[in-house]
Design a protein around this ligand. Structure first.
Ligand SMILES: Cc1cc2nc3c(=O)[nH]c(=O)nc-3n(C[C@H](O)[C@H](O)[C@H](O)COP(=O)(O)OP(=O)(O)OC[C@H]3O[C@@H](n4cnc5c(N)ncnc54)[C@H](O)[C@@H]3O)c2cc1C
Length: 393
């Protein structure tokens, strides 16, 4: 079998893998393998993000549409949210991912699936399969798992199991015709148990209507869930048109707590493989680009200086930034996944009492210390009550 030698093998050509490869220094040899035929297609995400963060990452403005207002619905409530303090953008995901790919300093192999890896001295020997040409191997010093929820490398090396708790989403994308959507819509309640739904305008004038649920809490087929929602009359209540001539996007992301171990010797995980998407809304693209780029810098240093310390430094800096706020976000996620329709009505009532800036921060999974303390107290109280109840019951 043909064997290629490289410094770094990156598995997965999503935003995390592409951004890592985009920051590799000259003199560092890297190969990216991506199982899909092309970058950015099919689309498996909605592309909602925040303008300030996306601009700071240098994403060209022609790749997104700006949304300044959101409407939030539960079964019996409606709230209008002014987002002009921190506008949302809806990315053209295909264009953004291809733009990231143009910046790569690596050899890209599409239609190439990573099959397995074995340890080989202080490096790795990976077996890959390319459509049309068959199996080949790569010998590398480092290996980056950027395969999203597949966790292909970690699973093959038995370092981490694939996620059990997952967010599964389905989206119908269709031309808006004479309905110009300028707002974002978020909805919660009986039509989407243990999850939420959304409608977003796109840069090319279409509408993306999606539903996401958490497995295994809800195991209903996403298409059945969507069909039921479309027949429920809820779309009309939200002033949205019925989809016609739609195509279907669908995707999966882990919905597990953030873990601090990102570097396992010379195996590194980044992106969804490392639970980078926010626990509140499952929004990961900007976070994958930010920390993927930083990983590219750390890997360049490691390869060029022949020492692994920069990788541990990267791990520490990501953990410092995400661990606490993702812990709080995950508590919120776990609580909300159990909400009844009545809980959602009460939740929208609570949202209406919070200043819009604070609510946006919450959706971004950014929590002021006051909120962290309040959440910690609620969790502690619940645990004490449960323990006390067990002892007396
Ligand atoms: C339904 C849904 C809606 C979402 N909406 C948003 C949103 O609005 N905004 C937002 O910011 N985030 C959103 N997210 C989350 C966001 O999509 C992820 O956080 C982000 O895509 C993670 O990037 P990644 O590069 O880590 O993984 P991925 O984007 O999953 O990319 C990994 C790639 O690796 C490839 N791969 C997997 N296994 C192998 C293998 N064995 N060999 C070769 N290649 C392999 C896959 O084909 C895949 O393309 C959403 C996710 C879902 C599922």
């Amino acid at each position: 079998m043909r064997i290629e030698e490289t410094d770094i093998l990156i598995v997965g050509g999503g935003p995390a893998g592409l951004s890592t490869a985009g920051r590799l220094a000259d003199g560092v040899k890297a190969i990216v393998v991506h199982q899909d035929k092309e970058i950015g297609w099919p689309v498996r995400t909605s592309g909602g993000s925040f303008k300030g963060d996306i601009d700071a990452l240098g994403v060209p403005s022609e790749f997104y549409v700006i949304v300044n207002t959101a409407e939030i619905y539960s079964d019996n409530r409606r709230l209008e949210l002014d987002m002009s303090s921190d506008p949302v953008v809806v990315l053209d995901v295909t264009k953004v991912y291809r733009w990231l790919a143009e910046q790569m300093n690596a050899e890209l192999h599409c239609a190439t699936k990573f099959l397995r890896v074995e340890r080989d001295g202080d490096g790795f020997l990976s077996t890959l399969r390319t459509v049309g040409t068959g199996e080949w191997q790569v010998r590398s010093r480092y290996i980056v798992d950027a395969s999203g929820w597949h966790m292909a490398v970690l699973d093959s090396l038995a370092l981490k199991p694939k996620p059990e708790r997952k967010g599964v989403g389905i989206e119908y994308e269709f031309p808006a015709r004479n309905h110009r959507l300028t707002k974002a819509v978020l909805f919660f309640g009986k039509s989407i148990p243990s999850g939420y739904g959304w409608a977003l305008p796109t840069a090319d004038g279409s509408i993306r209507l999606g539903l996401g649920q958490i497995r295994p809490i809800n195991t209903e087929n996403p298409k059945d869930l969507m069909d039921r929602f479309l027949a429920s009359g809820e779309l009309e209540r939200m002033g949205l048109p019925q989809p016609e001539d739609f195509h279907v996007n669908s995707g999966t992301l882990p919905s597990e707590p953030f873990e601090k171990d990102l570097v396992f010797g010379r195996v590194i995980r980044v992106g969804d493989t490392a639970n980078f998407a926010t626990p509140t809304l499952g929004e990961g693209i900007r976070i994958c680009i930010t920390h993927g780029r930083a990983l590219g810098d750390a890997l360049s240093e490691a390869v060029l200086q022949g020492r692994d310390k920069p990788l541990k430094r990267w791990e520490k800096s990501v953990t410092r930034e995400l661990a606490l706020k993702y812990k709080v976000g995950f508590w919120v996620n776990q609580g909300a996944a159990q909400y009844s329709p009545e809980n959602w009505d009460a939740s929208v009532d609570r949202m209406s009492r919070v200043p819009s800036e604070e609510l946006l921060q919450f959706f971004k999974n950014e929590f002021p210390p006051k909120t962290i303390l309040r959440r910690a107290w609620l969790v502690l109280k619940r645990r004490i009550l449960r323990k006390f109840g067990r002892q007396t019951g």
